[in-house]
Design a binder for this molecule. Structure first.
Ligand SMILES: [Zn+2]
Length: 341
């Protein structure tokens, strides 16, 4: 791990799923890039405060997936402003039911509001350094990266990691999503970063090799739309198994049948829901990505199982209005009662 390559005002720590890695910037405006998963929000805030040596003044979201925005509400309650890309900010402000793809992916997110909408090229003061907003859509339409030109450090969110690339989802972001992701990888490479800071996994040791590998992987998603659907479906399903501590074997098919993402995947693949579900389960069993433990289907990848009681937050269609999101926090959420946990 090459944290020696990072300036001493930057704090980076790896975190297992379902949390994005820690990235804090120390200085007069202590900042955090991405805020982890909702069930670990308090831990995220306290760790961020301790690492930054102060209250966090600003949280920047690379994109709105649940493992990147789950601590937003907690940090906002303690005074942080939230910054996000224009598309994400506008949808969050109008309480679009599709916010964070939370309900769609079955990934809870606590209600938050966005204070600063970020456009490509915007300069943002984090700590005592200026960072440039670089739009890098593909994994989501609103995805952004943060570029620190003096240090040549690029925080890339889920655009790529040391070992893979962000999944793309044509059913939400259109058939060009993979091609858009490829353009973003090319844009990232053109900056010639010295250090890449992905939101998952280690800091890549060899930046050029990592970028070349990411380019190959995203090119495959462009060339093989069905493969891209399978890749995304396996990641989304694996994430659900992590946050729910596995799902009972007896309920797994009903669970999958009820998921919008699984219905869309089956449609994109031109197959029936049952055939899709059967293939998803058998292929993930065969690869060892899932296993049965005490009658539950579980993800085998390293993860930090959340306290499932902390998943009781409303879906975005029930979020309180943006201006009052910090003060009106619902305590009962019937929306979640059908969940398997
Ligand atoms: Zn993501």
């Amino acid at each position: 791990m090459s944290t020696h390559a990072l300036p001493n005002w930057l704090v980076w720590q790896p975190r297992a799923f379902p949390n994005a890695n820690f990235l804090a910037v120390k200085g007069t405006r202590p900042a955090l890039v991405d805020s982890g998963f909702v069930a670990h929000a308090e831990h995220t805030r306290k760790s961020a405060e301790s690492m930054a040596g102060d209250r966090i003044a600003l949280v920047v979201n690379t994109h709105w997936h649940s493992d990147h925005v789950g601590g937003n509400r907690e940090l906002q309650r303690f005074g942080a402003a939230i910054a996000a890309s224009v598309p994400d900010a506008e949808a969050v402000r109008r309480r679009d039911p599709g916010c964070c793809a939370a309900a769609y992916l079955d990934q809870p997110v606590a209600p938050y509001s966005v204070d600063i909408a970020l456009r490509d090229g915007d300069l943002l003061r984090l700590g005592d350094s200026d960072w440039q907003v670089v739009r890098t859509p593909g994994h989501t339409s609103g995805h952004l990266s943060l570029w620190q030109p003096e240090e040549r450090i690029l925080a890339v969110g889920d655009a790529l990691s040391d070992y893979d690339v962000g999944w793309v989802w044509a059913a939400l972001d259109g058939p060009q999503a993979a091609a858009t992701a490829l353009q973003s990888i090319e844009r990232i490479a053109a900056l010639k970063p010295r250090v890449l800071l992905p939101a998952h996994g280690p800091v890549p040791q060899d930046v050029s090799a990592t970028l070349a590998s990411a380019h190959r992987r995203v090119s495959r998603l462009v060339d093989d739309p069905s493969g891209a659907v399978w890749y995304g479906a396996r990641r989304v399903f694996g994430f659900a198994l992590m946050i729910y501590g596995g799902i009972p074997l007896a309920e797994i098919e009903d669970y999958l049948r009820a998921r919008s993402w699984a219905q869309d995947a089956a449609r994109e693949l031109g197959t029936g829901a049952d055939a899709f579900i059967s293939e998803l389960l058998s292929s993930m069993r065969a690869s060892g990505a899932i296993a049965e433990v005490d009658g539950r289907v579980c993800a085998t990848a390293d993860h930090d199982p959340p306290d499932r009681r902390l998943l009781n937050v409303p879906w975005p269609d029930k979020w309180p209005p943006a201006s009052t999101a910090q003060t009106q926090l619902p305590v009962t959420r019937s929306q979640n009662e059908g969940r398997h946990r």
